[in-house]
Design a protein around this ligand. Structure first.
Ligand SMILES: [Zn+2]
Length: 80
């Protein structure tokens, strides 16, 4: 059957092949709870879902009305 082929396609969805560096980078997030690859759902509320342990992380998009947090980030860190 075509089970192996489907599996390969699935893996290809999870990784991005960097042709220059010849490395496969993981595209999806990893579950903070169990460490397996999470699925990205965009229908309805955008979220990451782990099919292994059921962990769901909702992607909260920042409201455009909220002003940016004022934080001075120009300070250089001194080397010890
Ligand atoms: Zn998990």
């Amino acid at each position: 059957m075509s089970k192996a082929k489907e599996l390969k396609t699935y893996v290809h969805k999870l990784y991005v092949i960097d042709e220059e560096k010849k490395v496969a980078k993981l595209k999806n997030k990893r579950c903070p709870r169990c460490g397996s690859v999470m699925a990205h759902h965009v229908q309805g509320n955008e979220r990451w879902h782990c099919g292994k342990c059921g962990y769901t992380e909702f992607i909260v998009k920042a409201a455009p009305q909220q002003p940016k947090e004022k934080r001075p980030e120009r300070q250089e860190k001194k080397k010890k």
